[in-house]
Ligand binder design. Structure first.
Ligand code: BTN
Length: 268
């Protein structure tokens, strides 16, 4: 797969009403999430996309860094002004995961899975991650940003990533361009977001999300800051919480927040 240049107009073709109609492209930036917050403060429009070829301080979930070398991967952030109470914002991570799952499935022809709430999995390894951040006053959202990183052409992963991360280049035979992938994600997201906003919950998207949910029916280990526990993941509820059945038969709802979920014997 050849290196893809971003300098030409981007994304090439997006059939949307608002998602990605404004694109802010940076050859190098600290983090597209950080920039999206700044652009929101300057009044950037709903659906603006911040895109970078390289990030010098890419952010991952739970304070981790997201390694973001140039020329290889997709790094973008979508800016939204949802009319929702702040406590509902975390569900947007699930909506984006579903959009990324659909788009990745289409462009790769491979089976894509979601490891709740926000890891995208291909052949048992993580190929993409999502980081949602919000600015709110009391329970009122000012803006939400959803950052997405997809390992497209990266070949080597060091340290703990070697075990659990992969890229499209490593797993997929056909050539996938970052442009096509971004366009697909935005198109799916726009439709799914509008469905989500009708009810302000995951009710209408739950079945679709669960069809991608790799944890469903499997033993999971929930690593909660207040303690860890194991159980069987049943699916999600209408507010996107993972439903985990404990040994005694009771069902515990797990809210995304600071929690991490993994397989009992490994990553999934
Ligand atoms: C995770 O830990 O799985 C979430 C990773 C999210 C990475 C993306 S890359 C684009 C956007 N900008 C950032 O700084 N982070 C997100």
């Amino acid at each position: 797969m050849g290196k893809i240049k971003w300098e030409r107009s981007f994304p090439s073709q997006v059939y949307t009403k608002w998602a990605g109609k404004s694109v802010y492209y940076y050859k190098s930036i600290n983090s597209t999430n950080v920039k999206a917050h700044e652009l929101a403060a300057q009044g950037a429009r709903h659906g603006s996309v911040v895109l970078a070829d390289k990030q010098t301080a890419g952010r991952g979930r739970r304070g981790r860094q997201w390694d973001s070398p140039p020329g290889e991967n997709l790094y973008f952030t979508l800016l939204l002004y949802p009319k929702l109470p702040a406590r509902k914002a975390s569900m947007l991570t699930l909506v984006m995961a579903l959009a990324v799952g659909k788009a990745l499935g289409e462009v790769t022809g491979h089976e894509i899975w979601i490891k709740w709430p926000n890891d995208m999995v291909l052949n048992g390894k993580k190929v993409a991650g999502i980081l949602t951040e919000m600015q709110a006053r009391n329970d009122e959202i000012d803006h939400v940003i959803i950052g997405v990183g997809v390992n497209v052409a990266r070949r080597e992963f060091e340290g703990e990533l070697a075990e659990k991360a992969t890229s499209l280049e490593n797993e997929v035979e056909n050539q996938v361009t970052r442009e096509a992938l971004l366009a697909g994600i935005l198109e799916h997201f726009e439709i799914l977001y509008e469905m989500f906003c009708l009810k302000g919950n995951m009710r209408d998207l739950r079945q679709a999300y669960e069809s991608y949910l790799i944890n469903k029916g499997r033993q999971v280990l929930v690593l909660d800051p207040t303690g860890e526990f194991a159980g069987i993941a049943l699916g999600i509820n209408d507010t996107g919480e993972l439903q985990v059945q404990l040994k005694d038969g009771t069902v515990q709802s797990v809210y995304a927040g600071e929690v991490s979920v993994r397989g009992v014997y490994g990553y999934v």
